[in-house]
Write a protein that binds this ligand. Structure first.
Ligand code: ATP
Ligand code: MG
Length: 753
């Protein structure tokens, strides 16, 4: 026989092996969830290293998150036996971009110690520029323009490249000018924003072909995971590094409009003929068009379709065997995603057909509190059967949904961790709001005072705060007390004094209401009167609606407490709960940040119209918005290895009113043979609410009728009728039948890098 097969190859199926062993020339692996795409990439790196084809430093590998990069490095280490010394070019687009830019900063007009601005810095800077132009920054909000710039940068467009219409859209046609002023200002400050981390290297490479050639020689192998979610800038960056031009051609007349301003050393823009490209580029991209979920942030699934054009002779490999999920889970996911049009279309199968396998379970709950309770019970039951919490995940559509689960788990003493974002009570808007509440309950809380004294902006800047701070320190009394005195003197300039007077008066009023006004009502008053809610309403950034939802959720979460003080105490306990990587803990995260991950048991709560599919996606994205939501549902289902639980609730509280909800259309799109409606013991039983104990419907019956009338719909209708009066009697809350659509939660979390 021939040479023996290395261990790391022996477990692969023939297609996976082909993807690993086809090292020369472009390779595209296009395959569904759980078919081993990431495993192929990891093994491919191991193979390149083990066969001595390249040093670790000669491999460029792009992952979607830093966490994924760390994991990949570890796994390669295991495969080749021993730690992988330095894979310096394994990381996210951004982390690799920073590295390149630090090396060649001067060529981009920066020094190598340039700073990377965060979103707040960017907005502040843009605001200055807008004001310097003599424009009204209320009419032309900096946040909005920051979003536009980000969008242009995602498309790889510099000021000269932005289309006429786009440039006109802001400040009466000054968009281009402002964008250019912003870029110039960044240079003066020796700073860049996130988009620049890709755009600067692109510009440098275009302007310096010799340098680009060095990188062509360096990067013998390029690998990209989650290729379906690359945006245009990332795609341009990749192609620059991957395509070696053999001949140069002059730029076409419309070059600048496409973002190819630098003629001469240019490479071939999208959609053009590519005969001038060296075809033997060792690039391997893996992706799944059905998992493209970042379209709203500029990702272009078309990059996949373009691959074969850009890299003629590319070997396209399909993987069809899923190693992750049971046949039921896979069947449900495949049937759901088949409702999308314009798919490339893939086959997926699994050999796993264990009689022990359970169907995907759909549960109904009365409201989100009960949903969290029931999920908690389910988890405890699994825990009693010795299933590790680490292998369970709750994947939510919108981050405000996390709060109820976090609270419930703290009550139960169940460990949990939130992945890819802060925990609910750690979010900026929640901390701000809590600082207000703390100041009302406890006026001596100086940390809270400093946090919100000028949020929203009231002209109480650093100088004023410092003055108050120093006096408070010197006399060892609270800052609020100092403020109270200062408004009686003329230590402050009249404007600041007036502002401080207003704040102190407000707080005194709220403190006076503390004992007389119901605490949730008081909380609402505080957020309204302080201008805090309005601050976010005026905010044009993409995350502002989500923050408003979180604030509403915060108020809602107070209802189960007696007083504001009791609530504050509870939150400090929640905050104290350990967030430890090594702890066995349930994972909570958004669907967006669950990409690429897998868990034995997955809980998917909130499958209701307006929440999932999310109302905003429907409003703004039309059909394509809905299809992206469906892909998100597909991503959610396919994270599960063995057990998958879906939930919908009959009522969510929106704007202080109970509103009936409609089960998600995605539930209707699940195939009968792979799905069952959970029996009532699992979802309703045992909570001591009259009327719940008896099953209102028969599971067998659930799918017996026509497909168009799924069991849970009827079940839900029965339940709602049977239980509404109970609830109403119990809590005195009237139930209003209002369509969920218009006022649905609008949270949207940005996850990824
Ligand atoms: P996603 O689209 O969700 O990112 P993926 O295609 O990247 O999925 P992987 O995460 O690489 O899939 O693999 C899914 C699971 O299947 C992993 O647990 C992986 O270890 C396992 N797996 C992949 N290939 C094989 C194989 N040939 N034999 C056994 N297990 C495999
Ligand atoms: Mg993967």
């Amino acid at each position: 026989g021939g040479p023996s097969v290395p261990d790391y190859l022996s477990g692969l199926n023939p297609e996976q092996r082909q993807a690993v062993e086809t090292l020369d020339g472009p390779v595209l692996v296009l395959a569904g969830a759980g078919t081993g795409k990431t495993r192929v990439l990891t093994t491919r790196i191991a193979h390149i290293l083990a066969s001595g084809r390249a040093y670790p430093s000669q491999i460029l590998a792009v992952t979607f998150t830093n966490k994924a990069a760390r994991e990949m490095k570890e796994r390669v280490g295991v495969l080749v036996g021993g730690a992988v010394e330095g894979m310096p070019w394994l990381g996210t687009f951004h982390s690799i971009g920073v590295k390149l830019l630090r090396r060649h900063a001067e060529l981009a007009g920066l020094r190598s110690d340039f700073t990377i601005l965060d979103t707040d810095d960017v907005v502040r800077l843009i605001k200055q520029i807008i004001q310097a132009e003599g424009l009204d920054d209320k009419r032309w909000p900096a946040k909005q323009f920051a979003g536009m710039i980000d969008g242009w940068k995602n498309k790889g467009l510099l000021p000269a490249d932005i289309p006429e219409g786009d440039a006109r859209a802001f400040a009466n046609g000054k968009g281009r000018e402002l964008y250019a002023a912003y870029q110039a200002r960044l240079k003066t400050l020796n700073a860049c924003d996130f988009g620049d981390l890709l755009l600067h290297p692109i510009a440098v490479f275009r302007a310096h072909p010799d340098l680009l050639r060095e990188y062509h020689d360096r990067f013998r192998y390029i690998l990209v995971d989650e290729y379906q979610d690359t945006n245009t800038a990332q795609y341009l960056w990749l192609r620059l590094l991957a395509q070696r031009p053999r001949a140069r051609r002059p730029a076409p007349a419309n070059a600048s409009a496409q973002g190819f301003a630098d003629a001469g050393a240019r490479f071939i823009p999208a959609g053009e003929a590519v005969e001038a490209v060296d075809q033997r580029v060792n690039i391997c991209c893996v992706g799944d068009d059905d998992q493209s979920i970042y379209g709203w942030r500029g990702a272009e699934v078309d990059n996949i379709l373009r691959f074969e054009k850009d890299f003629p002779g590319a070997v396209v490999i399909k993987l069809e065997r899923n190693y992750r999920s049971t046949a039921h889970i896979l069947g449900a996911a495949a049937h759901l995603i088949a409702h999308n049009e314009g798919r490339l279309g893939k086959t997926l199968f699994t050999d796993r057909a264990d009689p022990e396998d359970v169907k995907v379970k759909v549960h109904a709950a009365w409201d989100s509190e009960e949903e969290a309770r029931a999920v908690g019970e389910e988890i405890e039951q699994l825990q009693r059967q010795k299933h590790p919490l680490n292998n369970m995940a709750i994947l939510v559509r919108a981050s405000f949904q996390m709060r109820e689960f976090e609270d419930r788990f703290v009550t139960l003493g169940l460990n949990y961790r939130v992945i890819g974002g802060p925990r609910f009570y750690e979010r900026q808007e929640i901390r701000d709001a809590m600082a207000y509440f703390r100041m009302v309950c406890q006026p001596a809380d100086d940390l809270a005072f400093e946090r919100i004294i000028n949020v929203p902006k009231r002209g109480l800047g650093d100088t004023t705060v410092r003055l108050i701070h120093d006096q408070a320190r010197a006399r060892d009394i609270p800052m609020f007390q100092v403020s109270g005195e200062m408004i009686e003197t003329d230590e402050l300039k009249p404007k600041a004094r007036k502002s401080l007077f207003d704040v102190v008066t407000m707080f005194r009023r709220w403190q006076g209401l503390l004992e007389t006004t119901p605490h949730t009502e008081l909380a609402e008053i505080i957020l309204e009167e302080s201008g805090y809610t309005d601050m976010w309403k005026a905010d044009k950034s993409a995350d502002a609606p989500g923050r408003l939802d979180n604030l509403k959720e915060l108020i809602r979460s107070m209802e189960s407490f007696e007083s504001l003080r009791g609530f504050l105490e509870h939150v400090s306990l929640v905050m104290d709960a350990e967030q430890n990587e090594n702890l066995d803990a349930v994972n909570i995260m958004t669907l967006h940040s669950a990409k690429g991950l897998e868990f034995d048991t997955v809980f998917l709560p909130g499958w209701e119209e307006g929440l999932f599919p999310h109302q905003r996606s429907l409003d703004e994205g039309g059909r394509s918005g809905l299809e992206e939501e469906r892909r998100l549902a597909y991503v959610g289902l396919t994270r599960a290895k063995r057990r998958c639980h879906l939930w919908f609730v009959s009522n969510r509280r929106i704007h202080g009113l109970w509103q009936s909800t409609i089960p998600s259309r995605f539930l209707d799109e699940l195939p009968e043979p792979h799905v069952e409606v959970a029996e009532s013991e699992n979802s309703y039983g045992g909570y001591g609410r009259g009327g719940y104990g008896q099953s209102r419907f028969d599971t067998q019956d659930a799918f017996a009728n026509s497909y168009s009338t799924p069991g849970w719909k009827r079940a839900q209708a029965n339940r709602t009728d049977a239980t509404r009066s109970n609830w109403g009697n119990r809590s005195g809350v009237g139930v209003e039948r209002v369509g969920y659509g218009e006022s649905g939660p609008r949270a949207r979390t940005i996850e990824g890098e």
